[in-house]
Design a protein around this ligand. Structure first.
Ligand code: NAG
Length: 131
């Protein structure tokens, strides 16, 4: 019983401190491959969560100008850690897709991260090929 009371007390104290805040971010840019705008690439905005599985906040395909714009918001204790995941076929083998991820800088939370040109030719260290 004493253990239970202690646990309840700690939980209550923790809850009163940790109030989740609604946070948002807008990410936009132009997907580019071989100096051309890349249409119809899937761009997903995800919040990296330590406890939950990663939350998908928004998803869109680039338009014929290669442009995308995503808005996401989430209630979270502490800062959200969003990143975008681009599914594309820039310089891949036929029938393959490549997945490239970009972190959203913390100072863009609550405002807009304008990536301008997202050059997908560049292979980042955590690129994944799906064939
Ligand atoms: C996004 O968050 C910022 C900072 O908290 C806030 O000022 C702004 O109103 C929010 N925008 C929307 C569309 O909720």
């Amino acid at each position: 019983m004493r253990t239970f009371l202690l646990f309840a007390f700690i939980l209550a104290a923790w809850l009163s401190f940790a109030d989740a805040k609604l946070q948002n971010v807008t990410v936009k840019g132009v997907a580019v491959c071989n100096k051309k705008r890349l249409a119809n690439a899937k761009v997903v905005l995800i919040d990296k969560d330590t406890l939950d599985p990663h939350d998908e906040l928004a998803s869109i395909h680039t338009n014929k100008e290669g442009e995308f714009e995503l808005y996401g918001e989430e209630d979270e204790i502490g800062k959200i850690e969003p990143f975008i995941r681009v599914h594309h076929n820039c310089n891949t083998q036929p029938g393959c897709t490549r997945v490239t991820e970009y972190q959203v800088p913390q100072d863009k939370i609550g405002s807009t991260y304008d990536m301008t040109y997202v050059t997908l030719d560049i292979i980042t260290h955590n690129d994944k090929n799906n064939c």
